[in-house]
Design a protein around this ligand. Structure first.
Ligand code: MG
Length: 261
């Protein structure tokens, strides 16, 4: 396995999650199916609790907004197995959430409900955050060499903390100096990377960013970060031109720190 040396000026490693530290399938095959499978049960169990009431309230406002904007939304059909008003209301919420997820909507209402359900799943041990086996040993080694390590993912900071706080390797949150999500800006926008450097308190040149997505790699490079493209099973295939333009790694253990104490 070829080694890739990171520049001596690098003081900070910035990591993407999906396709970089974690299989891209984790979200698609574990997190989203969990919602689909447990939604009705979750709503029935917590229907009378404040947090669940707030989630449902937000979803209803979203439905009203969608109706006003004439976005297609499932119309509730009379279901013979539904008897009480509560069952009917739950069924309506389930239908709407399924519809939003099928349409890949990113509404705040949907994200909030999903976040609450995932938190319960992680804390009860029903879901564990997946991390490739080379990731944690490498991060520990980088830290021993004095590098700082940050996360930048489109998943919310709260979701990132759940993944690493309840991971297959246990709670590894103490290995990270901080977390960024898209509240700092889109991952394909060079300005976001400038802001991250500013927030960390260093120059973009001092940061090495690891991602699987070429558009993110381009944006980080435009902001003067050093970039490595991570190739993992199931990641989007790179074109020959893309492969030729970037340093590629298939494992974090390929990173070599040269000339460091
Ligand atoms: Mg990614």
């Amino acid at each position: 396995m070829a080694t890739v040396s990171i520049p001596a000026r690098t003081t900070t490693i910035l990591l993407d999650i999906e396709g970089t530290t974690t299989p891209i399938t984790f979200v698609k095959d574990i997190l989203f199916p969990y919602i689909r499978e447990h939604l009705e049960d979750h709503l029935s169990t917590h229907w009378e609790e404040d947090e669940c009431k707030q989630d449902v309230h937000l979803l209803k406002k979203q439905i009203e907004e969608d109706m006003r904007q004439n976005r297609s939304c499932p119309v509730h059909t009379v279901d013979q197995t539904v008897h009480t008003d509560e069952e009917k209301a739950i069924r309506e919420v389930v239908e709407n959430v399924m519809w939003q997820m099928a349409a890949d909507r990113k509404s705040t209402a949907l994200k909030q409900l999903q976040g609450h359900m995932w938190r319960a799943a992680y804390t009860s041990g029903r879901i564990k955050g997946e991390i490739y086996p080379d990731v944690i040993p490498s991060i520990r080694m980088w830290r021993e060499h004095g590098l700082k390590v940050y996360i930048y993912s489109s998943g919310s900071v709260e979701a990132q903390k759940l993944l690493f706080g309840y991971s297959v390797e246990g709670d590894v949150l103490d290995l990270f100096d901080g977390h960024f999500d898209t509240t700092i800006g889109a991952k394909v926008d060079a300005k976001s990377y400038g802001r991250i450097a500013e927030r960390i308190g260093c120059r973009p040149e001092e940061i090495t960013f690891l991602t699987d997505v070429i558009r993110e790699a381009k944006a980080a490079e435009e902001a003067s970060m050093n970039v490595l493209v991570v190739v993992r099973p199931g990641n989007m295939e790179l074109t020959d031109e893309e492969s030729a333009s970037y340093n590629l790694i298939t494992s974090f253990s390929q990173l070599q720190l040269i000339g460091r104490a």
